[in-house]
Design a protein around this ligand. Sequence first.
Ligand code: S3P
Length: 426
Amino acid sequence: MLKFKGSLKISGDKSISHRALILSAMSTGKARITNLLESEDVMSTLSILKELGIKIIKDGNNWIVFGNGTGGFIEPKKPLDCGNSGTTARLMIGAVSSNPINCTFVGDNSLSKRSMSRVTKHLEDIGAIVHLTKKDYLPLIISGSEKLLPIKHNILKASAQIKSALIIAALNIHGKTKIIENIATRDHTERLLKFLNVKFKIKKTNKKTSQIELNGPYEFKAKNIDIAGDPSSASFFIVGALILPKSKITLKDVMLNPSRTAFIKVLKSMGGKIKLKKTKQICGEDVGNITAEYSKLKGINIPANQSAYLIDEYPILSIAASQAKGKTIMKGLDELRHKESDRIQSILFNLKKVGIEVYEENSNLHIFGKKIKLNKNVKIKSFGDHRIAMSFSILNMLYDNKLKIDNKKCINISYPDFTKHLNYLL
Ligand code: S3P
């Protein structure tokens, strides 16, 4: 039986890689970015910034971004291609909106089925002109302005992308923009802005809601940015170590931001033997090492109020649940329908194929863990979704490679070194 062992430094964080490029482009001066994740999604952001007139060069293993200021984008000569990347589309639509330029945004088939009005309706409220396909989708054309209005936005959906798009737009808006977040989401944009010495306020209005207040336009100096390891990428190997008997691994220099590591708490309450050791802070984020070893897991209830902090980890958590004793219920997964695939359907379809009893009711997922011995090969559909392909690649270690996963190249969207790293741990 295969097991995971040894230690590994996983690749740079995807969310921070996008933000490091965008905020450096909007700063003044030269930023050296270390450990940028060179995945397809991040490269989409990088090439769009180049189309918008930002000089970005590779220097050895680092990237150097020459900032043009908060109002420094020039009108692109061709459509801005976001590929498969929701983060690129949402954040870059926000970024260009407060510049007086016209931009067309396009994306691949999957991205062209994901909602963009969740961001653009807020931008239209403040004066941007937007034409969307079927009122919600890419391709879209946006005419930005340097005279967008500073107002109070109330974000009802739990989405770090919507919040970040509005924060980034506000960096070049004259006056006070207020952004109310009703459900807390990942806070990398805020942390990176603080690191870049951008002054803004965050007020906790009650236990759940908070208000971010920016007073633009801003001018801020470029700083070198070092990007820590991606906890969402680490989650695959952590679950791998928990479910493969005799495994023990250490993942080094992983970002430990609590808005990203909630899955570790969940796995610990399932009985997972996981230890975190904070070692340093880089660019406003806590960083440390994570040790995980084989554990006897038990099913649990995962409440809906956790979903914003677990949003990318449900596919791999469903793999852990499939190997746990008893039933796991994951509640409040509505937003999973709007990811790179309808992840509720993708998880259901593939776990059923393996022989796990699973059903969905009102966007709650019920998974009955069971030890199964596969006697023949099983076809798994990735649905072109990188996190589905990686999650079932981990389960495949337990099933002696009997799972035949289609279109594994979609893994390059977020973790090009995944297969190399997986083999390294074997
Ligand atoms: C991200 C936010 C999340 C997450 C995505 C990255 C970000 O999306 O699923 O992978 O970098 O802000 P939503 O904010 O739409 O939930």
